[in-house]
Structure formats: C-alpha cells, structure tokens
Design a protein around this ligand. Structure first.
Ligand SMILES: [Fe+2]
Length: 433
C-alpha cells in the first residue's frame, strides 16, 4: 500500500476489520482487538501514531516469563569503553562473513553507539551478517526503530502487520515494538542498520523546494495484512533497555488477521529518490540529500539524518564539485552500498564504512582534490554510485568489535598525506606541474 505515514486499513479475511469502530463487543472470526501505540496517547494529532490489530490471540499470549540472554555483538548506548579511542577518522573494509550460522539477532554487529538507550535519545549503527533464517523464532525491539539498508542479499521480514522483502538499493523501516521473523531469500546477507532510540524517522521538510522531489511520500510501501495460524514451540527474543531476553510460547505470534492505523513498517526503493542540487555554481550542504530525518528536541538538529549520495549530474561552473573539506558539529557515519564515492576514489569499497566523528576534520583525499581542482568542468554524470550517511547530533563511540575485530584500515588517516601546500604568496598559487 503506497504512502508514507498514511492511515491504512487492510484485512486478510473478508469482514475481519470492524467498520466504523475499534472495539466491537465481539470481533468477527472470534479475533481479539488490540491497539499498538507508537506515540504517547496524548501526542499532537498530526504526530499521533497507532494501529488497531485484530488478531487470533492478544499479545499477552505471545510472551511468557522472560530470561536474560547474551547477544554478544549487539550493543546499546551508553557503551563507552575506557581503552578504546573514538576520537579519529576511521574507515573499515567490508566486514566479511564467518562460517557460523547467524540469524538476524546473532548476526547484528554493532560498530558505534551514540546517546542513551535508557532515555530514548541517540542511535546505534550495526552491520548485519546473516547466514541463517529464523525458524519458529521471533524478535522485537522495545528500544528502537530499525532502519535497514541491505548491501548484499535479500531479506524477508515476516511481521505482525505483513510481509516485506528487501534487496540492495532498497531500505526498510521496522517500528519499535513490532514483532517479526527474518528469513534469508538467497545466500548470505550483509547490510547496515541504524537503530533509532529516539523519535521516529519522518520525511524532512522541503522548505522553499516545495512539495516534490527528494523522497516522495507515494514511493513508500506498507504491506497488506498477512497472518500465520501455526501451533509450534516458538522462541520470542526481546530487546529492552539494551538487554536481551527470551520467552517461549506454543504458537506463531504473527497472527494479525486485519489492522488499521498509521503505525506500520514500510519499505522504500532508493532508486526512487530524486536528488536535487546546484545548477549554476557551488555546492549545497549534504542535507540536500536527506531521505529521512528523526528529530531531537532541538529544532533543525536531528537525532538522525539518513542521507543518500547516488547517481546525479554535476553541472556547477567554476566550482570544486566534490564534497568540500569541513569540520561538523554532527557525527557522520557512512556506508557504501555500491560503486565509487566521489570524495574517496579508493579505499571506500562497497560494504565499507567510515566514521567522521563530531568536530573531526575530513574531506577529499589528495587524488580527488587534485583531479577536481584541475578538471574540465563540462556536465558530468556521476554514475554507478550509492553511499549513505547516518548523521547524528551525538558523538559516536566505537565498540570493541569495531576497534579490534572488524577490518579497520589502519592507514586511513594517510589518505590526506599527499595534500600539498599550494600557497606561495601569489594570487595564482603554486599548482606545481
Ligand atoms: Fe562530512
């Protein structure tokens, strides 16, 4: 069903959805009515999100007593380690798969955390390495909304509210509290996850740009109702306040036959994103490429911005066209989905990650700088490229996995070694040969 944040209604059996009311004395098919809230009851009406579910059993039957379990690589903020330095410019080669059977839960490898899961601010960035489907196993995070960015392999999310399949070049958003199972559709899957502890992701305001371009509401897709009526010994894993717990039940919790509301998962094809940019000279701030934004308490200062760098035409005259050098009060974590990123022709491979933390200077390497400074500036198509950024107002802290086990490029800082001094006191500068 198309539309970002729409008020949807869908039923997998005819007549399962009550007409004109939410809580009939007896629901059709003997279903139970249940509300899932994504915002406080009293949230302003234009932000209020909830969904009414009509299900075979109420959710209280989908949990039993909880036992703490260890999920070794999935960390939550605050996770600040005394012996690990997060101050620096970091880059990683693509994280390889291991031989182990890893599901969505065990395969989640946290790279950075920021903010505080206890007070619902900040985020964590994970790489998922999934080699096994979940079978009679389900998960939900009470801590967070997950933004999933596949890089290799396809995944199927069988959720309470319907089925979403995603492939590289697409993204999925899984709301806080939604129960789901993750299946592999082909081979191992790798990708990136932004775990948002804070306010939900929404579309950015476009200001004077108007009502169109960037990410358009109609291109987001939400699944229709799909339910399982399956009795089988099942495990439900819950992430709650940074801790993981398991509970066992005797049936599938994906039993919502019909639902209506505006709190639901969705997917989006990044090929549908319509980039806009400079058409005469200069270079707008990278916020021009924002796909989704999750507000913090400070207007204009995001808890998270999800920013996309994809194919586009470069036409600016007399302009240094790659991203400029800068120091940013926000913290920038980037991932490469495919192709070559224009500020870093080498070393930032598909599947790779970079981190430019709060107030850490960065910019093009010397190869990119020299090439862009001397290029003939005709119209040029930047082709075969798709990278993204999770940008947050909170400094990001490396996990032990990111600092010691993932393929950190020890020499990344040297990418700026070759930058030369062109200043010689003359207005022309000294550009060497
Ligand atoms: Fe940057």
């Amino acid at each position: 069903m198309p539309g970002f944040g729409n008020d949807f209604e869908t039923e997998a059996l005819p007549g399962a959805l009550p007409r004109g009311m939410n809580s009939p004395q007896k629901c059709a098919y003997g279903l139970y009515g249940e509300q899932l809230t994504g915002t406080a009851f009293t949230a302003p009406s234009h932000q209020n999100e909830r969904t009414w579910c009509y299900r075979i059993r109420p959710s209280v039957k989908h949990v039993s007593r909880f036992s703490r379990i260890d999920v070794p690589y999935w960390k939550s903020a605050p996770h600040v380690l005394d012996d690990i330095t997060s101050l620096g410019q970091y880059r990683w080669d693509p994280v390889p798969h291991s031989d182990a059977d890893l599901t969505w839960i065990d395969g989640m490898h946290t790279m950075t955390t920021a903010g505080d899961v206890y007070t619902q601010v900040g985020m964590a960035m994970h790489v998922y390495l999934v080699t096994a489907s979940m079978t009679d196993e389900y998960f939900f995070s009470a801590d967070s909304e997950l933004l999933v960015v596949p890089q290799e392999g396809r995944l199927r999310f069988c959720t309470e509210l319907g089925v979403i399949e995603v492939a590289p070049k697409e993204i999925a958003i899984l709301p806080r509290g939604l129960v789901y199972r993750v299946e592999l559709l082909d081979g191992p899957a790798r990708g990136f996850v932004c775990e948002n502890y804070g306010q939900k992701l929404e579309l950015p305001g476009r200001g004077p740009i108007g009502a169109n371009c960037m990410a358009n509401r109609r291109d987001f897709k939400t699944p229709v109702a799909a339910f399982e009526d399956r009795d089988a010994h099942s495990r439900v894993v819950i992430k709650w306040q940074g801790q993981f717990h398991e509970t066992f039940i005797d049936h599938s919790p994906l039993d919502v036959v019909a639902w209506h509301g505006n709190y639901a998962p969705c997917k989006y094809d990044l090929r549908d994103y319509c980039p806009i940019g400079a058409i005469l000279f200069d270079h707008p701030d990278p916020s021009i490429f924002t796909v989704l934004t999750a507000p913090s308490g400070v207007p204009g200062t995001a808890n998270i911005d999800f920013v996309l760098f994809k194919e586009r035409w470069m036409t600016a005259e007399n302009t240094f066209r790659p991203p400029w050098y800068h120091k940013n009060v926000m913290s920038e974590l980037m991932g490469n989905i495919y192709g070559q990123y224009d500020a870093k022709p080498n070393g930032f491979a598909p599947g790779g990650i970079s981190l430019h933390n709060m107030m850490l200077p960065h910019g093009p390497d010397n190869v990119a700088f020299e090439k862009a400074s001397n290029a003939d500036l005709g119209p040029e198509k930047l082709d075969n490229t798709m990278s993204f950024m999770f940008e947050t107002r909170f400094p990001q802290h490396l996990t032990e996995y990111a600092a010691r086990q993932a393929p950190l490029q020890d020499d990344y800082i040297h990418c700026w070694d070759g930058i030369e001094k062109h200043f010689d006191g003359t207005p022309e500068g000294n550009w060497g040969k």
